[in-house]
Design a protein around this ligand. Structure first.
Ligand SMILES: [Zn+2]
Length: 150
């Protein structure tokens, strides 16, 4: 990460604030508290996890508010949504992220992030072949660790 965490917090707060203004959504302290918690996390999370950490910190935020705020954060690209195989949606902050993809270990549920520059070349060639401009992509690998039996 180039900036430190508090600078990043200010920046995403600004982005979210402008977005809420532009859509005439209310700028409630809960919404900013949720954004703040998400940008303090360094891992993927689901709504229940977010709910539990906010509860631990004595925020009075309902699950409905969490879902509603996550939808807004998705809309302004501050959060990215994932489906890692289970039917529970996972999320991660996305504003400062380098492009990365995910490898999911299906037996342990562990999610490993990787960045392979060759994907950029694949994207470029697909754009040329089909004469399109690609906006985003989604790639998940699912597998298991190979155990050496001896
Ligand atoms: Zn990720």
């Amino acid at each position: 990460m180039k900036n430190n965490k508090s600078e990043n917090q200010l920046l995403v707060r600004e982005v979210f604030s402008k977005f809420l203004d532009s859509k005439s959504h209310r700028k409630t302290p809960e919404r900013f508290a949720i954004l703040n918690e998400i940008y303090d996390l360094d891992e993927h999370f689901d709504i229940e996890f977010l709910f539990s950490i906010m509860k631990k910190k004595n925020y009075r935020v309902s699950r409905a508010t969490l879902y509603n705020t996550i939808e807004l954060l998705l809309e302004c690209h501050l959060v990215r949504k994932h489906q890692f195989g289970s039917n529970i949606a996972h999320y991660e902050k996305s504003y400062f992220d380098r492009q990365h993809d995910h490898l999911i270990l299906t037996d342990t549920g562990e999610v490993i992030e990787f960045c392979d520059p060759r994907l950029h070349n694949i994207k470029k060639s697909i754009e040329e072949i089909f004469n399109v401009s690609i906006e985003k992509h989604s790639l998940y690998f699912y597998g298991k660790k190979i155990k050496n039996e001896n």
